[in-house]
Design a protein around this ligand. Structure first.
Ligand code: ADP
Ligand code: DAT
Ligand code: MG
Length: 178
C-alpha cells in the first residue's frame, strides 16, 4: 500500500495561522495540478464525522494546541494513498508543525522536494483570522485561540523552516500575493 507513494513528489507548505497557506495552495493546484492535502482540513473532517476521536481532536484544536503526531501523520498518509493513482505530487499544507513531525514523515513516507514557507506579518495574520472567524465557524478562529496558535507557531514551527533551510530546500513565498 505505502509503496504507491514511495517516490511521490512532496512539497511541505508551512506558515503561520492565517498566513495564506490554503490560498496559495489553491493557486498552485490550479496551475500545476498537485493534490492539496491540508492537515487542518483532514482533522476538521474527522471532527465533522462526530466520532469519538473527532471529539477529542476538537477539544485540542479549540485550545490552539497540536493534536498527537501519530494521528495527523496517519491521516495524511491515508489521504496520500487514496490519491496515489491520480496524483502528480502532493502539497502537504499545515505539516510539519514541529521538527519531530518532519522527521517522522520522512521515516514513514519520504523526503520532501521542497518546503514552501508562506510568509506574513503577525498583525496581518491576526486581522485575517479575526475576519475569517466571522464566517468560518471554526472553533479556533477567536482572539484567545489565535494568540495561542501564533505563539505556538513561533515556538514550534519556525524551527522547522530553519531545519529545512539547512538542507537548502526552502522557498519563501509571500502570503500577500493574489
Ligand atoms: N493574499 C491574500 N490577500 C488577502 N487575504 C488573504 C490572502 N490570502 C489569504 N487571505 C485571507 O486570510 C485568511 C486565511 O487564509 P488561509 O488561506 O485560510 O490561510 P491558512 O490556511 O494559512 O490559515 C482567509 O480568510 C483568506 O481569505
Ligand atoms: N500537523 C499538525 N500537527 C498537529 N496538529 C495539527 C496539525 N495540523 C493541524 N493541526 C491542528 C492544530 C491547529 O491549530 C488546527 C488548525 O490547523 P490549520 O487548519 O492548518 O490552521 P491554519 O490553516 O489556520 O494554520 O489543527
Ligand atoms: Mg489552512
Amino acid at each position: 500500500m505505502a509503496d504507491k507513494i514511495k517516490d511521490a513528489k512532496i512539497v511541505f507548505v508551512v506558515g503561520g495561522p492565517g498566513s495564506g497557506k490554503g490560498t496559495q495552495c489553491e493557486k498552485i493546484v490550479a496551475k500545476y495540478g498537485y493534490t492539496h492535502l491540508s492537515s487542518g482540513d483532514l482533522l476538521r473532517a474527522e471532527v465533522a464525522s462526530g466520532s469519538e476521536r473527532g471529539k477529542q481532536l476538537q477539544a485540542i484544536m479549540q485550545k490552539g494546541e497540536l493534536v498527537p503526531l501519530d494521528t495527523v501523520l496517519d491521516m495524511i498518509k491515508d489521504a496520500m494513498i487514496a490519491k496515489a493513482d491520480v496524483s502528480k505530487g502532493y502539497l502537504i499544507d499545515g505539516y510539519p508543525r514541529e521538527v519531530k513531525q518532519g522527521e517522522e514523515f520522512e521515516k514513514k513516507i519520504g523526503a520532501p522536494a521542497l518546503l514552501l514557507y508562506v510568509d506574513a506579518k503577525a498583525e496581518t495574520m491576526v486581522q485575517r483570522l479575526m475576519k475569517r472567524g466571522e464566517t468560518s465557524g471554526r472553533a479556533d478562529d477567536n482572539e484567545e485561540t489565535i494568540k495561542k496558535r501564533l505563539d505556538l507557531y513561533y515556538k514550534a514551527t519556525e524551527p522547522v523552516i530553519a531545519y529545512y533551510e539547512k538542507r537548502g530546500i526552502v522557498r519563501k513565498v509571500s502570503g500577500n500575493t493574489d
